[in-house]
Design a binder for this molecule. Structure first.
Ligand code: PMP
Length: 355
């Protein structure tokens, strides 16, 4: 039984069984006498782990392995900001600016080539999602962020365009049933719904991969990683195995459609509280709210202090907002138990009784 209610935005809580299995494998991987931390990434055991992780990563998103490549790479989602532009930005790419991470992706692409902004919600403090401008059909690709982890806004549908679409799904991948097959490249830092930090997962459509530039440094080249079957260099064996355990846990929960129901329940319980109490307010505009990261604050600093004290008593941790925004952020990723949200709701009700 977990002792704390961990609302961390990432690296986030993972299921207890994942911690236990991963820890056991660090001591001795399946009775082989070899620790997971000391296993060759070219060994039979690891090749099996990687094959299973790739297959499950695809099937949980209902993506066809004939059409898509999947890679577990190092460098986190931030590396993909650069890698995407290095590979696919030939003449001009469009970036939707919906928050800090979207801005970073855009800025990195600008270093590499002609990246243009095609919508921004910066003027509202990123409280909402940008209105999509008419998309220039000559763009090499359109880039957007499906869930804005810091501000707590989320697209409920996949963006469709006449140009290839690239999506940073770092903070809502595997959280809800959505048809992502129209996208051309999806990437995500693992440390939310996939597994531990230290690896990013990239799904790239084979037809889009054909547009990748040649003559770029190998480590940055998607075709190079694909040609090496995901093992161009030393893989993050520990992180990939733990991702596999976490994806297997998700499969056992009944997959994405079942976890979506739990996620809906968690988010609606919390938003109901936010809307019910005048002493607190949500950050994101209602119609753009994220079901993964719930951002809020209290009108009065004294109430914030009392909330902090009640959280401490209730063993609620990592609920402060991102340093760029302040306030509070409850991250409700897949592995956060419903019970943790119920405890947070009790705290808010107690706060209400006191003010
Ligand atoms: N994109 C999004 C949506 C994120 O939430 C984050 C990190 N929280 C990143 C990108 C950057 O990820 P990383 O730290 O793995 O580079």
């Amino acid at each position: 039984m977990q002792k704390v209610h961990n609302f961390c935005a990432g690296p986030c809580i993972l299921p207890q069984e994942v911690y236990l299995k991963s820890a056991a494998a660090i001591v001795d991987y399946k009775g082989s006498g070899v620790s997971l931390l000391s296993m060759s990434h070219r060994s039979e055991d690891f090749l099996e782990i990687l094959a299973q992780a790739r297959a499950l990563a695809l099937s949980l998103l209902s993506l066809d392995s004939g059409e898509w490549e999947v890679l577990f790479l190092q460098g986190g989602a931030s590396m993909e900001f650069t890698r995407v532009a290095m590979n696919f930005l030939h003449k001009k790419a469009g970036y939707i600016n919906s928050g800090v991470w979207a801005t970073k992706a855009y800025q990195q692409a600008q270093i590499i080539g002609n990246a243009v902004q095609v919508g921004s919600s910066e003027h509202t403090g990123f409280r909402n999602l940008p209105r999509l401008e008419k998309i220039d059909t000559t763009l090499d690709y359109l880039h957007y962020t499906s869930n804005n982890t810091i501000y707590g806004t989320q697209y409920q549908e996949v963006i469709q365009a006449e140009v290839p679409v690239v999506c940073d799904m770092s903070s809502d991948i595997y959280s809800k049933q959505v048809d992502v097959s129209s996208l051309d490249l999806i990437y995500a830092g693992a440390q939310k719904n996939i597994g531990p930090a230290g690896v990013s997962v990239v799904f790239v459509k084979k037809s889009f991969l054909a547009n990748a530039k040649v003559n770029i440094p190998s480590i940055l080249s998607y075709p190079c990683h694909v040609e090496a079957d995901g093992l161009y260099h030393t893989a993050n064996v520990f992180a990939i195995y733990t991702c596999l355990l976490n994806l297997q846990w998700l499969e056992k929960q009944g997959g994405v459609s079942n976890i979506e129901r739990v996620n809906e329940t968690k988010a609606s319980l919390l938003y109901k509280q936010i809307d019910a109490h005048e002493f607190m307010q949500g950050y994101a505009q209602k119609e753009c709210r994220s079901k993964m990261n719930v951002t809020f604050d209290f009108v009065d600093k004294e109430i914030s202090k009392r909330f902090d004290a009640l959280c401490l008593q209730a063993n609620i941790v990592n609920i402060k907002g991102h340093r760029a925004l302040g306030g509070y952020r409850a991250s409700l990723y897949n592995a956060l138990p419903l019970h943790s949200v119920e405890v947070l709701v009790e705290v808010l009700q107690q706060l209400k009784a006191e003010v």
